[in-house]
Design a protein around this ligand. Structure first.
Ligand code: 5GP
Ligand code: MN
Length: 342
């Protein structure tokens, strides 16, 4: 897939969709299922920007239960959110955020057909180009980078509310400016966001560094059962662990607390590939995978029905945990990055 961004024609088409909204047109913003900081941050920041442009009838939503993960409950723009069950059935314009494929829109996927027009903002190289108009930039560190560029074309000034949303998105997808996606442009955008007066220390503590004591103990248990397979991925190594619904229940925790687990597992020096299996139903798992550079985990994920980025990807796994890991193991050799071989 070519690593090129939107063309001038794509930007013009996206601008036209917004400029040509009928007076009192209804806009529905949708981000991906199980939303993370970039999904919610890019969507809500863009929604606040549209509001500044005078768009009055607007909803933001995501598929599945309408629960916003605790770390994001302080985000500006949450008043835009409605449960998926209450989302406009036939909006004039639907805008999708951070979703690489239609499957990430869950039960809201029908809006691509019922809406007057569909605009897609994303940064996944694996984006399937669903919907009508695409602003997909695989070079962008986060979907919020694309969202900010579109707002800038309308001359919307960054205020503290928009900035906080986009900052959360940017820090989420760059691992707080640690990943290779952290380009000079990322720091330049961060500087403009911080210039609005937002407080990075408060935001980071809330979003990344706060969890209930029950989650701390749950992490201890789940990390304690991690398995290391040094021979996997042609000797690059695989480390993995799993968390069940019963683990969550015993520690009285909500599923989203598990999103941070992969960051503790991927530290493992002896493994290039790390993986966390998060049970979502009996025999069903949400899989998170990371690589340090030897394996293209998006290839593994796509082969198993999911998607993502080269070094961070996921899919829905079915069966026993051991079976799901066997399926992953079976894809690792084919996903070795050629320059890293030998
Ligand atoms: P995470 O492990 O943080 O949930 O996801 C890492 C990356 O993989 C994200 O870019 C996310 O969009 C993608 N991803 C995770 N799970 C799935 C999935 O089930 N399907 C697809 N298509 N992508 C996924
Ligand atoms: Mn993203």
């Amino acid at each position: 897939m070519p690593e090129t961004g939107p063309t001038a024609a794509d930007w013009a088409a996206a601008e036209a969709l917004i400029r040509e909204l009928p007076p009192d047109g209804r806009v529905l913003l949708i981000c991906h299922v199980n939303p993370d900081g970039d999904a919610l941050g890019s969507m809500l920041g863009f929604g606040l920007g549209l509001r500044r442009l005078g768009v009055r009838r607007m909803q933001a939503t995501f598929p599945g239960p309408p629960e916003v993960p605790e770390p994001f409950r302080g985000l500006p723009g949450l008043d835009l959110l409605v449960p998926a069950t209450e989302a406009y059935p036939d909006p004039d314009l639907v805008i999708c955020f951070d979703a690489a494929s239609e499957s990430r829109l869950g039960e809201l996927v029908d809006r691509l057909d019922t809406a007057g027009a569909a605009l897609v903002l994303d940064h996944h190289a694996s984006n399937t180009r669903f919907g009508g108009v695409h602003l997909v930039d695989p070079r962008a560190a986060a979907t919020s980078v694309v969202a900010e560029q579109l707002l800038a074309r309308f001359g919307v000034p960054l205020d503290a509310g928009i900035a906080e949303c986009f900052y959360v998105a940017l820090t989420t997808d760059t691992g707080s400016f640690r990943f290779d996606a952290t380009t000079p442009e990322v720091h330049q955008l961060a500087a403009r966001l911080l210039a609005t007066g937002i407080r990075p220390g408060d935001i980071s503590r809330r979003v990344f560094d706060t969890r209930p004591f029950g989650a701390v103990r749950l992490f201890g248990e789940v990390l304690g059962r991690a398995r290391l397979e040094p021979a996997a991925a042609a000797g690059r190594g695989l480390v993995w662990t799993w968390a069940t619904l019963d683990d969550l229940a015993r520690h009285d925790q909500r599923p989203y607390v598990l999103e941070a687990l992969i960051d503790s597992v991927r530290c493992t020096a002896e493994a290039d590939v790390s993986c966390v299996l998060k049970q979502t139903a009996p025999g069903e798992w949400a899989i998170s995978m990371r690589s340090k550079g030897a394996v293209d985990v998006s290839r593994v994920a796509v082969a198993l029905g999911g998607g993502g980025h080269r070094f961070a990807a996921g899919f829905t796994g079915r069966g026993a945990a051991e079976e799901v890991v066997a399926a992953i193991r079976g894809q690792l050799d084919a996903a070795l990055i050629p320059t890293a071989v030998g």
